[in-house]
Every structure is written in C-alpha cells, then in structure tokens.
Design a protein around this ligand. Structure first.
Ligand code: CP
Ligand code: NVA
Length: 309
C-alpha cells in the first residue's frame, strides 16, 4: 500500500504513471454516466472512508464518484459525530478501527500533524484531501488538465501562479520540481512562500521564479492559476490582506501579458481574485478542471491500493 500525503514523497515516475492511467481510464468511459462502473471494476468490494474537518464540495463529490466508478463504495464520516473530535478516543484507536472496517482513508484536515499521526497507526493507505500545507490530489489533477487542454507535456509550458502562497501553491511548487516545468509566482512583497518552500525552491532556482509584480510574473504564460486570497485556515486580518492583493487580480489587463492562448485555472471556490469576465470567458477551464478530479483520483486510489496497471 502507498500513502498519498504530499507530492514530495512520491517518485516522479509514479506520479506520471497515475496520470497515464487516468488518461486511459477517462478515455475508456466514453459516454458512461457518472454512476456507471468501469468494466474491470478494479476496486469491487473496497470501502473508501472519507472525513472532512473543513468544508468541501468538489473533493467530497469527486472521491465519491471515483470509488463508485471503480466498483467500490464510500462512507463519509462527520468529525463532530466521532468520539475522536470530543477527545473521547485516540487517533491510534480510531485508526485501528478505520483499518479493520475500510480499505482506504481520505482526510481533509486542519492539521498536517494529524495526517502523520493517522499514518502511524493505520494499516490502510491515507490520502490527504487538503491540509494547511498541501493539496496534492488537486494539483496532480491540475497537471492532468493542463496537459489535456494544451496537448503537450507540462514541462514544455510556462506555468504561472498569481495570488496567495498557500497550500495549493505549495503543491504546485512540488509538482513543478517533480514534472520539471517552469513556474512563475506573482504575489505581494510580504506574502512570499514560507521558509520551508523557499528552501525547496532553491533546489530548482532556475525554473521557479518569484515576482512581486503580477504583470512580470504573467509574461508569456501558457497557464495562469489562482486561488482565494483567504484560505480556510487563514487566521489573518482579512480586509488588510485582501487590500494587499489588489494589484494581483486576474483581469483582461493582466491576461494581455500572457500568451494569446493562455488558459485560466482555479481550484475553486473562488473569491474576488479573478474578474467575472475572465472567469466566465473561454480562457477559463475551471469546470473541466473540477470534473477531472474524478479521473485522477481514481488512479490515485488504484495507486495507493497497489492496483495501478
Ligand atoms: N478545490 C477543492 O478542493 O474544492 P472543495 O474545497 O470544494 O473540495
Ligand atoms: N487554498 C484553499 C483551497 C480550497 C480548495 C483553502 O485551503 O481554503
């Protein structure tokens, strides 16, 4: 079995294998409707247990459909209904029960430490469905979407992030190292990536550049990514932060610095970091991006359960 907690821990060749499998599975489904099961039904009899300590729409729905399409089933736990959240049961005992009842566990959490604690006691794989430091399933799926739309390996494209240096960007930085693509980051001066990520960026300093000017970052972009300025775990003065990001809005003016066929991606939900006109334009591929979560997560489930062919 293999855990899927951070892209950093997963060999590049395995990440590529996951994308190849997702592409061929997506193609093979043709016009099957969402609840129809893939012919080979590779996860028949398997149970995915998922738990969300924070809100989720896309991750919840896409994991639900992913395991269904693979022939398995899912159960979503509410943390407020577990003894664990009230201090009445340890992570160790909870993990042992999860391991005896289910086959794989997906957790969206407020604490990176909790993922590690669960990992220690689980005898089934754990998938990180978003934590304060990373959103690996999202970003792996985003690499898939970029290559699907651009019909090129991502290593041949200029990828740009305009916005907050958050969990999604951390995973994008990791992906840029794993998949060897150029990444420009555009963010305000006092909002650069954290120390740990800066260290990580150093390894690849020719490919990852940080600009405190959105226009410079956006120059010649093939893809511009953004995300909410205020994330779920952000404990900041929101108005002040939003104000600092005023010049980092994705609008027509900024898109002019990118290539003509540049696309816009956003993991969603959105805030005010993107102009309505761009968000609803043909350049915006956010709905395709969201649906692809199903396809890539299917292959992540297979990978974690050692069933990737
Ligand atoms: N992009 C994403 O993870 O969406 P949800 O928070 O709705 O799951
Ligand atoms: N950065 C955002 C992503 C939401 C999918 C957050 O953590 O809230």
């Amino acid at each position: 079995m293999k855990h899927f907690i951070n892209l950093k821990d997963i060999p590049a060749k395995d990440l590529r294998k996951i994308l190849i499998s997702a592409k061929s599975r997506k193609k093979r489904r043709n016009n099957l409707s969402n609840l129809e099961i893939d012919k080979d039904s590779p996860l028949k009899g398997k149970l995915l247990i998922q738990m969300f300590e924070k809100s989720s729409l896309r991750t919840r729905l896409s994991f639900y459909l992913a395991i269904k399409q693979l022939g398995g089933s899912t159960l979503t736990l509410r943390p407020d209904e577990l003894h664990l959240s009230k201090g009445g049961e340890s992570i160790e005992d909870t993990a042992k029960i999860l391991s005896n009842f289910g086959n794989i566990f997906m957790l969206r959490t407020n604490s990176d430490k909790k993922l590690e604690e669960f990992k220690k006691y689980l005898s089934i794989p754990i998938i990180n469905g978003l934590s304060p430091s990373a959103h690996p399933t999202q970003v792996l799926s985003d690499v898939f979407t970029v290559e699907e739309i651009k019909k090129k390996p991502i290593s041949k494209l200029n990828i740009v992030w305009i916005g907050d240096c958050n969990n999604v960007l951390n995973s994008l930085i990791t992906a840029s190292i794993k998949f060897s693509f150029k990444l420009n980051i555009g963010c305000p001066k006092n909002y650069n990536p954290n120390k740990e990520m800066l260290e990580y960026i150093k390894i690849n300093k020719n490919k990852i550049l940080i600009f405190n000017d959105a226009k410079k970052a956006a120059k010649d972009a093939d893809v511009i990514f953004s995300d909410k300025v205020i994330s779920m775990n952000d404990k900041v003065n929101k108005l002040k932060k939003l104000n600092h990001f005023k010049k980092f809005k994705i609008n027509d003016n900024l898109m002019r610095y990118a290539k003509k066929d540049c696309i816009f991606l956003h993991c969603l939900p959105r805030g005010k970091e993107v102009d309505e006109k761009i968000f609803l334009s043909k350049k915006s591929k956010v709905w395709q991006q969201a649906i692809n979560r199903i396809h890539v997560q299917k292959s992540i489930l297979l990978y974690s359960l050692d069933k990737l062919r």
